[in-house]
Design a protein around this ligand. Structure first.
Ligand code: PLP
Length: 369
């Protein structure tokens, strides 16, 4: 890629393909894979990422909200798409765009049956979400009879999938709890299979589940963060390639004298003669104030430069004392020498929050495989 001349998030489709193949190799051959492309494919570019994954042979997609599923259909994605967190106001557009949906409560179940019946739909594919301990969305075991009863009274829906979500698949200290979740999922799935005369697709594992609980792959796994190049395991991360690199440039360089201050609230005070650079990226782009005041830094021509003072809305300042660089030079915020996981840690957060938080103002540039 040529050097950038503005703030960009570079999306490396070769890295995506590499991660896809790696994760695929971790699950048995007959197990399907669902690519989780919610939140603009974890802050990257959902359409491009989904097309690439589709070309690589992924079986399914998942998004959080209906609008994200519609955007994928409008981008030309033909594969099945599961909307993980639909609201009843969106049921008609879900049906119109042939999106599958998660049914997680009695209210949503009954409302969806009503909508589907009103449109004269038969056997609309739904996925039942089971709560096995995350206590976020989903049915518990004692609600299953109610679901079976509702199913026996309608032809409008068909259970295409049964799924649940693990609360701590990345954490070995919670192994007992996770095994308990897997057990509960098995038990509830068995009750469904006894009540139905067909077998839905069972899916439980997220990325860390794929890595740590391969015995719980069931019929399909759902991977998000791993596709983008991260897990919650430093060693496994070495096998993956980060998809996103956030780059910017130096807008202006300032020689600073001892005692001068930098930025809003005069938060940084120069202890001696120094040199600062101003970068065209700020908290409105997703580099939050928590990274300022020397908690995190960036890379300029291969050298580390701390962020000094408060991060502004559209800019931030770095200390480039002793670094050979010029106005217009490229700066790497994360990716390359500094993985997003490492940058995120300095802001006391996790890669998920950092990468999904890069705002839509930042231009996305696609690097083909
Ligand atoms: C976001 C999400 C995933 C993806 O999890 P990763 O840890 O990013 O692999 C899987 N399943 C559900 C229900 C989710 O909400």
């Amino acid at each position: 890629m040529p050097k950038t001349r503005e703030t960009v998030l570079e999306i490396d489709l070769g890295a995506l393909a590499h991660n896809y193949r790696y994760l695929r190799s971790k699950v048995p051959e007959n197990v399907k894979m669902m690519g989780v492309v919610k939140a603009f494919a974890y802050g990257s570019e959902a359409g491009e990422v989904a097309h690439k994954l589709s070309e690589l042979g992924i079986d399914y997609f998942a998004v959080a909200y209906t609008s994200e599923g519609i955007a994928l259909r409008e981008a030309g994605i033909k594969d099945p798409i599961l909307v993980l967190h639909p609201q009843s106001v969106n049921f008609e557009s879900i049906i119109e765009h042939c999106l599958e949906l998660s049914i997680y409560s009695e209210f949503v179940l009954k409302e969806f049956i009503k909508s589907a019946e009103k449109l004269g739909i038969k056997e609309y594919p739904i996925h039942i979400k089971l709560n096995t301990g995350l206590n976020r969305l989903g049915f518990v075991e004692k609600e299953l009879e109610m679901i079976f009863e509702a199913l026996s009274n309608t032809k409008a829906i068909k259970i295409k999938g049964l799924f649940s979500h693990l609360a701590a698949s990345e954490d070995w200290r919670e192994r007992e709890f996770t095994l308990g979740q897997i057990g509960k999922f098995r038990t509830m799935a068995r009750l469904f299979m006894n009540a139905l005369n067909y077998k839905p697709i069972l899916h439980l594992c997220n990325t860390s589940g794929i890595i740590n609980y391969p015995e719980a792959s069931f019929d399909m796994v759902r991977s998000g963060i791993g596709l983008y190049g991260f897990t919650n395991d430093r060693e496994i991360d070495k096998q993956l390639k980060p998809v996103g690199t956030l780059k910017t440039i130096i807008s202006q360089i300032h020689p600073i004298e001892k005692g001068e201050t930098i930025g809003y609230n005069r938060a940084y005070k120069a202890a001696g003669t120094m040199k600062t650079a101003t970068l065209p990226i700020g908290h409105a782009d997703g580099i939050n104030r928590q990274y300022g005041n020397e908690r995190a830094g960036v890379f300029v021509n291969g050298q580390f430069a701390p962020i000094i003072g408060n991060v502004c809305m559209d800019m931030l300042m770095i200390d480039i004392t002793g670094i050979t660089c010029d106005e217009g030079d490229e700066v790497i915020i994360f990716g390359g020498p500094q993985p997003a996981t490492k940058f995120a840690e300095k802001g006391k957060t996790i890669s998920y929050e950092l990468i999904t938080g890069i705002s839509q103002r930042v231009k996305r540039v696609i690097k083909p495989e």
